[in-house]
Design a protein around this ligand. Structure first.
Ligand code: WT7
Length: 640
């Protein structure tokens, strides 16, 4: 394995936006000591309908960025480029899983987005109303998001892999009035029926007045007269002119639900001006985006990565990007490399879990395609193991492309820690240094900065433009969750350490949140899904290291009297979780146990279970347990 530091090539450096470490340091220094100057300069590259009074108003934990400015995010992602003469430039190169191709210019994007926006208006949607989007990876998903932004409606996108209950929970919390969906989407050649899931979700009480259905898979769906309309019956017939009204910089842009330590996901709220600036600036510098790049982020729009680095960041930069509908292994694991060759992708952003799956699939599939157009690679979602980094660097980057390992979260809105590719040496496994304006530190329990090599809590000590503005309808939880460990500092929830070069290594979550294939899932969410089953009285869920997914889900379940352990029951319990959350939460292993390791106050010691599934044993003191013999019982059950 080659763990040496990797410097960008002379060629890369020469053309990079930031090409020397001194330049980074100077700008970083300015961004921390003089954030107003730094952010005002960057923000002024965008279109504002009314300038701001102050760059930042900060009363922890409440930030207002670009106060009293008026801005339209959709205008910045579309109209701004047309005015600059780039209307014919391709915005989206879309490829369907079946191989269909669509090419959408910025001018066409304006037409499509304006039409959808006019349809939303005709359906009575006004600024501040919530619109739930549940769509596959088709351009219409981006149109829907940008249409909301255009008229000040607040979107809440739900990943197409989530189940009906996940939609109804989000409908109940957000009070969305309209849903944009499609009949279905393709995944590994199969039709995923989205509209049917929406119908099921709508059996629960809700405030939805209209459902707009894009026709993609044509398998036939139920349409409820008066509530449901086909996209193609509405969109083509309305005006393609929808003026971009300016909204307050702090006007909500979207709510995206993410897992935490409780049974229900929390609605992370992002607003307009600051989020736009944050995603714009990070895309520009970290991906070193240039006018002639072909950029491809393989995420789904249902996650924050899709929001920030498919829709808002790249489009705010006027980039040309590839959007792909389907799975990386359809028809085989060569699909991504074929796409890179076909569109001459120059910047490629994906997840470590995908890289590990590619390694397993074998190098032959890579060798079939010419991927020499690549110049920059990125990863996101979890720490990347050095083996995967090494393969990505040599096999995909051909030793020629810097890798930006980007650390950030749904809450941070934009990338926080990552190398600037033209000026930093990279190390396999480290996200390296904080981005401009990000005052990151690693603290011990007393609030002191950890020494080199010491693992502590990662915190952010100053506000940044794309930071979350709250948990929707739950200011108390917002304060407790993120702002209560240390006064006025944002606590990330990840452990981290600094090495002798000052580079930051993320060591993983410190809370009961799992990272399954780069997706966040709360142990409590899976537990409450299990407990919904009649047979279950109690459940504890932990993550176990998995060589492709990063972590797999292991559940320990106590049955109610009258129920017995059987293969059928295990299958049913797994199905229960899929039904209530979605396939991504399906437990890999379920063990029926007579009890769980609990403290005398009744708290489940998941830490012990985690060690047990990882190593098959539990070291250390178990005398604080209410019943320490349960550990041996569980060890025997797992070993069977
Ligand atoms: C959590 C955030 C950010 C978009 C995708 C996930 C982990 C994310 C990295 C990275 C190490 C990472 C952290 C973080 N994470 N990127 N480059 N290195 N860990 O967004 O669902 O909000 O999850 O993902 O644990 O807290 P998310």
């Amino acid at each position: 394995m080659d763990y040496s530091l990797k410097s960008p090539s002379i060629h890369f450096k020469k053309n990079a936006r930031i090409s020397s470490i001194e330049e980074y340091q100077e700008l970083y220094q300015e961004s921390i000591t003089n954030p107003d100057t730094f952010w005002a300069r960057e923000a002024s590259e965008l279109a504002w309908q009314k300038p701001w009074d102050e760059v930042l108003q900060w009363e922890a934990p409440d930030a207002k960025w670009f106060t009293n400015a008026k801005v339209n995010v959709s205008e910045n992602c579309i109209d701004r480029h047309i005015i600059a003469g780039k209307g014919d430039k391709t915005a989206i190169l879309w490829e369907g899983e079946l191989g269909e191709k669509r090419e959408i210019s910025y001018k066409q994007l304006q037409v499509e987005v304006s039409r959808v926006a006019n349809v939303l208006k005709a359906k009575g949607i006004i600024a501040g109303d919530k619109v739930l989007i549940y769509m596959p990876m088709i351009p219409e998903a981006a149109f829907a998001m940008l249409a909301c932004a255009r008229i000040g409606a607040v979107h809440t996108v739900v990943f197409g892999g989530f189940a009906a209950d996940a939609i109804s929970d989000r409908l109940a919390d957000s009070q969305a009035k309209l849903i944009m969906t499609s009949d279905g989407g393709y995944r590994r050649g199969k039709v995923i029926e989205l509209k049917a899931v929406v119908d099921k979700a709508l059996e629960q009480p809700n405030c939805v007045e209209s459902v707009i259905v894009f026709e993609r898979t044509k398998q036939g769906v139920d349409m409820l007269v008066g509530r449901d309309d086909w996209y193609h019956d509405l969109v083509p017939s309305v005006s393609d002119d929808c003026p971009t009204q300016g909204f307050d910089s702090e006007h909500p842009l979207f709510i995206l639900y993410t897992s935490g330590s409780t049974g229900k996901p929390k609605g992370i709220l992002h607003t307009s001006g600051g989020y736009l600036v944050g995603t714009y600036v990070t895309s520009k510098y970290i991906f070193d985006l240039k006018d002639d790049d072909i950029y491809w982020c393989t995420a789904d729009v249902g996650w924050i990565t899709g929001h920030s680095y498919i829709v808002y960041g790249p489009l705010a930069n006027g980039a040309t990007q590839v959007m792909y509908e389907g799975a990386p292994n359809y028809p085989d694991f060569g699909r991504f490399w074929e796409i890179i060759e076909r569109y001459k992708v120059s910047i490629f952003y994906t997840a470590p879990t995908a890289i590990r799956a590619f390694i397993k699939a074998g190098d032959d599939l890579v060798d079939k395609s010419d991927i020499s157009s690549l110049r920059l690679l990125g990863t996101v979602g979890e720490p990347i193991n050095p083996e995967a980094w090494d393969w990505y660097y040599h096999k995909i980057g051909q030793g020629n492309c810097p890798i930006v390992d980007t650390w950030w979260q749904t809450e941070t809105g934009a990338i926080m820690i990552a190398p600037l590719p033209g000026c930093m040496d990279t190390k396999p496994g480290s996200a390296t240094l904080p981005f401009f304006g990000i005052d990151a530190d690693i603290l011990d329990e007393q609030g002191n900065t950890c020494s080199t090599g010491e693992v502590g809590k990662l915190v952010i000590k100053q506000p940044w433009p794309s930071m979350l503005r709250g948990i929707y309808k739950n200011p108390q939880r917002f304060k407790e969750q993120y702002w209560s460990d240390y006064p006025n500092y944002y606590t990330v929830g990840d452990g981290a350490m600094r090495d002798e070069d000052g580079c930051i290594w993320i060591t993983g979550r410190l809370d009961d949140v799992l990272n399954i294939s780069g997706h966040r899932l709360g142990t409590a969410e899976v537990e409450s899904a299990l407990v919904e089953h009649d047979a279950v009285s109690e459940a504890a869920v932990v993550g176990k290291p998995h060589d492709i997914k990063g972590e797999s889900i292991v559940a320990f379940v106590i049955l109610k009297d009258g129920f017995e352990d059987s293969d059928e029951l295990i299958i049913k319990l797994k199905a229960q979780v899929v039904k209530s959350i979605g396939a991504l939460a399906r437990p890999d292993e379920i063990y029926i146990v007579p009890g769980l390791p609990k403290t005398r106050s009744g708290k489940i010691m998941r830490r012990l279970l985690k060690e047990l599934v990882k190593t098959g044993a539990v070291t250390g003191n178990v005398t604080t347990l209410e019943d320490s013999s349960i550990i041996d019982t569980i060890i025997d059950i797992v070993a069977l």
